[in-house]
Design a protein. Structure first.
Length: 171
């Protein structure tokens, strides 16, 4: 990224054209990187019940991620991080870490106390990010055919330690 200013992180609805466009870019990248490709039907592109965060440099979308409720996970109010992606031009700037923290904060704001996510091992940079962010590997919790690694993080201790102004507003 040429501009050293940090991207702003803003919450967005599932049908925001910027969310849909960024998720399409994410899907295209996965399709190119996965040995067997990556396919998703249009109806599953974004979750209508999901809540999204966009990383913006002015009007330019540099990243996206979503949080959705995940029922049936051992009684803890849990959310799942989905469709998290950072534009290649912004990788290595800390944006992925900031976006993940904003998604965790969003999950807490929505009443969740734990967050889960899955990824493919081809995405080594994502695996490293989740491990650095304190995620633990867990057993498979879904039937996603592309997922090879599964992670969880307890968020109960984080809610009281965050600034009064939400982090996503300050970035």
């Amino acid at each position: 990224m040429d501009d050293p200013r940090p991207a702003s992180l803003v919450r967005a609805e599932h049908d925001d054209p910027r969310v849909v466009g960024a998720v399409r870019r994410y899907v295209a990248e996965l399709d190119a990187r996965f040995p067997g490709g990556f396919a998703v039907v249009e109806a599953d592109l974004v979750d209508p019940g999901g809540h999204y965060v966009l990383a913006l440099d002015g009007e330019r979308v540099l990243g996206v991620g979503g949080v959705r409720a995940l029922p049936g996970t051992d009684g803890a109010p849990s959310a799942e991080v989905k469709r998290m992606w950072v534009d290649p031009s912004a990788r290595g700037t800390g944006l992925g870490r900031r976006l993940l923290a904003a998604l965790e904060e969003l999950a807490v704001d929505l009443g969740h106390r734990r967050v889960l996510l899955d990824t493919n091992l081809v995405l080594g940079e994502a695996v490293a990010l989740y491990e650095r962010a304190g995620y633990d590997r867990v057993e498979r919790y879904n039937d996603n055919p592309y997922a090879q690694a599964f992670f969880a993080k307890d968020l109960t201790g984080q809610a009281g330690t965050w600034p009064k102004r939400p982090l996503w507003k300050s970035w």
